[in-house]
Design a protein around this ligand. Structure first.
Ligand SMILES: NC(=O)c1ccc[n+]([C@@H]2O[C@H](COP(=O)([O-])OP(=O)(O)OC[C@H]3O[C@@H](n4cnc5c(N)ncnc54)[C@H](O)[C@@H]3O)[C@@H](O)[C@H]2O)c1
Length: 439
């Protein structure tokens, strides 16, 4: 099958490479010529484990190609997956301008009947609006179908998530579109749910909202743990072992970020509002998340009062491990706040430092976690990269000016950290055992 991908970012590239791996002829298009030049030169513009190898082997096989020409991708493809970004407008509404541009260009170049698949995350009813745009633009009145196939992959495990999904959701308006899409996804042996287009669109927003709600729920519980002497790790385990609840997404920390949860939550709240429903529950989810992000700096101020000229090490910049993606990462807000307070920052991240340099060029970017911690008055751990789990904590402590360690992802055991000589703070961790140890 000739498949075209419009928008070759995190979702588009993974989708394109995986369909190529499944034996299809894939052409990935992007309107960013620099991105296409990098891809044509055999490199990839993002960090995603396994993606570079998958792209390289499929380019060598001749299954995968890249272009910056919209005309080429439309004319050559039987199915077109729209994978462009859908960021937030200031009022929370999804900014669909890239989807609109793509719709117009598809309308311009539509040369025969095709299936247009909306993979970008969009509010319910976007597919019918996109259909209208294509129809209005297409002067030759060529027929086409629109389907919705939301993507549920997570950055860092994207190839696995695409190839072994929990489910594939297909929103279609006729049997022909359903059969075509089912034939594409059947090799994955995953449950396939076929719905109408609006339900498929809404499933994606509701799924992300639910996951964000789980994170904010456990973060709110972590606040109560701190005040009552309970330990959030034990509490989360006790909650999660209930099979009706499950253990996933019950890790307390400095909050969620990334290209999806914050903006999808805002877009879902906005969609509900314009349709006459006040989704107060989700507003509170966002509010809890915002408060979590402020915990590390508040904690530093409790310890030091004035932070002027303190040196703080930041371990982990990306919004989650195994990605270089900084969109809505808690680190951005935390670093901005520290800079405003005249703090000297030393930052380390295994993949996201290069992206961060473009935003904060005056921060010192460390070679490794040891370089990051050396001479610091405190370390803030913001992303749970594997490298941090295995670092020599004793060496870290000895190199610090003051051994204050704020663990924003609860990576370490408070008692062990205390024994190593750290002044350790997790999120929602019991301070009772530490108090007992010190007496
Ligand atoms: N990143 C994720 O983990 C993830 C997971 C599931 C769903 N999604 C959704 O998928 C969509 C894409 O997300 P992403 O993270 O891949 O975004 P991204 O920013 O990494 O990629 C989008 C790409 O589209 C390109 N683009 C923009 N306008 C274009 C146009 N007119 N023509 C051609 N290309 C154009 C951009 O240059 C960019 O490369 C979003 O709606 C997002 O919510 C993302």
């Amino acid at each position: 099958m000739n498949i075209g991908i419009v928008g070759s970012g995190y979702v588009g590239l993974v989708t394109g490479a995986c369909f190529a791996e499944l034996g299809h002829e894939v052409l990935c298009m992007d309107d960013d010529p620099e991105k296409i030049a990098i891809l044509k030169a055999g490199k990839i513009p993002i960090y995603e484990p396994g993606l570079e190898e998958l792209i390289r082997s499929n380019v060598e096989e001749g299954n995968l190609n890249f272009t910056s020409s919209m005309k080429e991708v439309v004319e050559k493809s039987k199915i077109l997956f729209v994978c462009v970004g859908t960021p937030s407008k200031p009022n929370g509404e999804a900014d669909l301008s890239a989807v609109e541009t793509v719709g117009k260009r598809i309308g311009d170049y539509l040369n025969d009947s095709k299936l247009i698949v909306e993979k970008s995350t969009v509010p319910a009813r976007t597919a019918s609006w996109l259909g209208e745009i294509i129809r209005t633009q297409n002067k030759r009145q060529i027929g086409f179908d629109i389907a919705v196939n939301p993507e549920f992959l997570s950055e860092g495990t994207a190839i696995h998530d695409f190839m072994r999904p929990d489910r594939v959701v297909l929103g279609v308006s006729n049997q022909q579109a359903a059969s075509l899409l089912v034939s594409l996804y059947e090799p994955l042996n995953a449950p396939i749910l076929i719905t109408d287009v609006e339900s498929a669109e809404l499933i994606k927003h509701a799924s992300n909202a639910f996951l964000a709600m789980k994170i904010s729920f456990i973060n709110a519980v972590s606040q109560v743990c701190e005040k009552t002497g309970a330990d959030i790790l034990k509490v989360a385990k006790g909650i999660g072992l209930d099979s009706r609840i499950g253990t996933a997404f019950l890790n307390a920390g400095v909050g969620y970020g990334g290209a999806c949860f914050p903006k999808d939550l805002a877009a879902f709240v906005h969609l509900a509002e314009v349709n006459g429903y006040n989704f107060g529950l989700l507003k509170e989810v966002a509010e809890v998340n915002q408060n979590q992000r402020q915990i590390p700096v508040k904690k530093l101020r409790e310890i030091y009062g004035d932070l002027n000229h303190k040196t703080i090490g930041i371990m982990g910049l990306s919004f989650k491990p195994n990605t270089d993606d900084l969109r809505e990462a808690p680190s951005l807000e935390i670093i901005s706040s520290l800079i405003q307070q005249q703090v000297e920052i030393k930052a380390y991240d295994p993949a996201a430092a290069e992206n961060m340099k473009k935003l904060f060029p005056h921060v010192y970017y460390a070679r490794d976690p040891y370089d990051c911690a050396a001479d610091c008055d405190a370390v803030l751990l913001l992303t749970e990269w594997q490298i941090f789990r295995h670092m020599n904590l004793s060496k870290i402590r000895k190199s610090m000016n003051r051994p204050v360690f704020i663990d924003g992802r609860n990576l370490f055991d408070p008692v062990r950290m205390f024994r190593l000589g750290f002044q350790y703070f997790g999120i929602g961790r019991s301070s009772r055992s530490l108090a007992e140890l010190s007496t």
